[in-house]
Ligand binder design. Structure first.
Ligand code: NAI
Length: 419
């Protein structure tokens, strides 16, 4: 166990070195301790970058209780290295079954929290569903991913939100970078590592051309793959077409692809009729939050020849006619739940988690003025984090002159044409 803690400490140290926005935010708020007296629940993929966010919350005065948002992305060495620190308590273990995963989250909820930083609304939905009596204590929630914002919006629609929630995922500083570059790079890197196969020259089918899918598609093209995109939204499909990708339905793409990667935030995107048409040896993986994008039950039903673990993190299903279909990480997040996975690169998570932290501080400061619903994060919070990021990179940008500002705010011809 102590060897594990050493490794966890080293991982945290490496992440800290590559997360300069966090260092800056801590330094800015260390003296005032804005989270003093509050208990904050954190639910996310538990690896070193999340650890740095948890440490920042504790450094600003909070008691932090943390749990995983996907059992297979939890790294026990990092959990141990966090749990040993003062004001930080773990409710997570790697690879637990669904029942234990829920029990750990409920234990955290029962311990009581004033605020939640969430991923896919895992903890918030659990609290609202299973412990509605405790929702009254919640001052607010910050949500970091697309699926979570959808779920919070659904709760609001059903009149179940009794607290304000910030849609941190929807800020430019989060989804223009994390979803596009973070998912793009880490999903492909892990696909290559877990399979030890070449992507160059292969046909890669990307399901969903949203922020994540767009990142995956462009980066796969950069690696030399021939990329096919599938979509259900006509505008996103057109965007993919005009950005140089072949667009078709999954039924058409199924017999063509060598690799399939889903990132739709939707269920049953690859299912029985698609598996039935695929070529021998294809590799299928998912980058969307839940393990529902690929219908694994259909694959199991078709696998008359059984299945076996053909490499760590890859299950090979043998169809009746001898074709083999390889599923990565049981259809869970390929960049977080495969044996080779380490999640997004540290620099991009520095931005995402800086947005979570800055949004939490802002929400808490303005809590009396915020209605119980899902709110966009104010633009000034996003801009400030972007400014800090540029400062850490040593990049200076121009400032608008007063004349330029007046021009942008004017409608009268004299102001527009005048000096
Ligand atoms: P998005 O909403 O921008 O994009 C999803 C796209 O999928 C949309 O264009 C939609 O039209 C399309 N789509 C929906 N159903 C489809 C279907 N049946 N077939 C083909 N396309 C379909 O969402 P975003 O931000 O790209 O996120 C996608 C998923 O990835 C979410 O579950 C999100 O939580 C998750 N995510 C995963 C990350 C990771 O580390 N792997 C990081 C960030 C987000």
């Amino acid at each position: 166990m102590s060897a594990d803690i050493e490794l966890g400490r080293a991982k945290l140290d490496w992440a800290r070195q590559h997360m300069p926005i966090h260092a800056r935010l801590r330094a800015l708020h260390q003296e005032t301790q804005p989270l003093d007296g509050l208990t904050v629940g954190v639910c996310s993929h538990l690896e070193a970058k999340t650890g740095v966010l948890i440490e920042s919350l504790a450094a600003l005065g909070a008691e932090v209780l943390f749990t995983g948002s996907e059992p297979f992305s939890t790294q026990d060495d990092v959990v141990a290295a966090l749990d040993e620190q003062s004001r930080i308590r773990a409710f997570a273990r790697h690879g637990v079954d669904d029942a234990t995963f829920e029990t750990l989250q409920l234990e955290l909820i029962d311990a009581g929290c004033d605020f939640i930083l969430d991923d896919a609304a895992e903890l918030t939905a659990r609290l609202v569903d299973k412990r509605p009596d405790l929702a009254g204590r919640l001052l607010g929630v910050c949500e970091q991913t697309t699926t979570g914002v959808h779920r919070l919006t659904a709760m609001e629609r059903e009149g179940l939100l009794s607290f304000p929630a910030y849609a941190v995922n929807d800020t430019p500083m989060k989804h223009y970078f994390d979803n596009v570059h973070g998912t793009g790079e880490s999903a492909l890197a892990n696909l290559a590592l877990v399979t030890n196969l070449l992507l160059a020259g292969k046909r890669v089918v990307v399901a969903g051309y949203g922020y994540c899918g767009r990142g995956v598609a462009h980066k796969a093209q950069g690696w030399g793959a021939d990329v096919i995109v599938t979509e259900v939204d006509p505008r996103r499909a057109l965007q993919a077409h005009m950005e140089g990708f072949t667009v078709m339905s999954m039924a058409e793409a199924a017999p063509l692809g060598d690799f399939f990667l889903t990132s739709t935030g939707n269920r049953e995107v690859i299912r029985e009729e698609h598996f039935a048409a695929m070529r021998d040896g294809v590799v299928i993986a998912n980058a969307g939050h839940f393990d529902v994008e690929i219908r694994v039950a259909d694959l199991e039903g078709l696998a008359r020849g059984g299945s076996r673990e053909v490499r760590p993190g890859i299950r090979e299903y043998a169809l009746a006619d001898g074709r083999r279909i390889n599923l990565v990480a049981a259809g869970r997040l390929v960049n977080l739940a495969a044996p080779t996975s380490m999640g997004h690169p540290a620099e991009v998570m520095d931005q995402t988690f800086a947005m979570q932290l800055a949004a939490a501080l802002h929400l808490l400061e303005h809590r009396g003025a915020l209605e119980a619903r899902v709110h966009p994060v104010p633009d000034e919070v996003d801009r400030r984090v972007a400014e800090i990021k540029l400062e850490t990179l040593g990049i200076a940008i121009d400032k608008m002159t007063d004349n330029q500002r007046a021009y942008l705010e004017a409608w009268q011809f004299e102001t527009i044409k005048g000096q």
